[in-house]
Design a protein around this ligand. Sequence first.
Ligand SMILES: CC(C)(COP(=O)(O)OP(=O)(O)OC[C@H]1O[C@@H](n2cnc3c(N)ncnc32)[C@H](O)[C@@H]1OP(=O)(O)O)[C@@H](O)C(=O)NCCC(=O)NCCS
Length: 249
Amino acid sequence: MSPDISGGAPAELSPLDEARFGIKTARARTVSAQNLPAVLDFCEANQIKFLIARCPTTDISAVHAVESAGFLLMDTLLYLRYNLKDQPIPPNLSDVRVRAVRPDEVDQVGALAHSAFENFSGHYHADPRLDHRKSTEVYVSWARRCCLEPSAASLVLVAEAEGRLVGFRALRVNSDTQGEFILAGVNPDYQRRGIYRAFIVEGLKWFLDRGMEEVLNSTHVANVAVQRACFRVGFAPTYSWYTFHKWFD
Ligand SMILES: CC(C)(COP(=O)(O)OP(=O)(O)OC[C@H]1O[C@@H](n2cnc3c(N)ncnc32)[C@H](O)[C@@H]1OP(=O)(O)O)[C@@H](O)C(=O)NCCC(=O)NCCS
């Protein structure tokens, strides 16, 4: 069962997306057949050009309603959960050094995000109407924010190999009992060496030390690398969301 993340409002303005793409943007966190008219009214009242809307994959009536209204599917997000109460954390098999990011490394984390997300297939890159370069910049600025703003991430881990940073992983404490892995990227030259797995294992230890009972990680359903690493470590699938885009012109 997917959690309701609508917070009650049918939609909200998205100033970050608007600043990035120069397009008046809104987000509907949980669109349904019932609230779709209110979402569309909100967009009309606020002269929205571009809407990002999510619904649980279990809500097929929402899918059919938004399809009828001209929304286009852009990606599917799979949420994975790790039960820290009952599962021992497996070993970190990598010899790469994983440590907390330092304040002077924000630019390096931004550059890492650029190299990792340049050819990403998330919902921004999937939309041919959005500028590809600006879609990559979404992840660069998000990675930088994770280093700079405590509301974006509680911790950013980095991996060091051959005297340079080769990967990053942001973590967030959601509540007294729940942690979440937010964003991660590994330099393409250093991928497939177990660095992502090392981030998961070290991240789980960090959450356990802080008394968390469960940890979430979400990924685009086609992101095989994330799923392989997570399933091997012991994550289980829990729920999934569709991401739709709607253009009003
Ligand atoms: C996803 C990502 C972080 C994985 O990093 P990584 O350090 O290469 O991952 P690991 O070496 O720990 O590999 C994890 C598993 O995925 C597999 N894998 C890695 N890259 C893969 C690929 N491109 N295709 C298929 N499987 C892949 C590995 O073989 C391993 O599986 P195995 O244990 O069955 O052999 C990296 O590919 C990346 O930066 N991608 C772009 C950004 C992204 O997708 N970020 C995550 C979402 S926020």
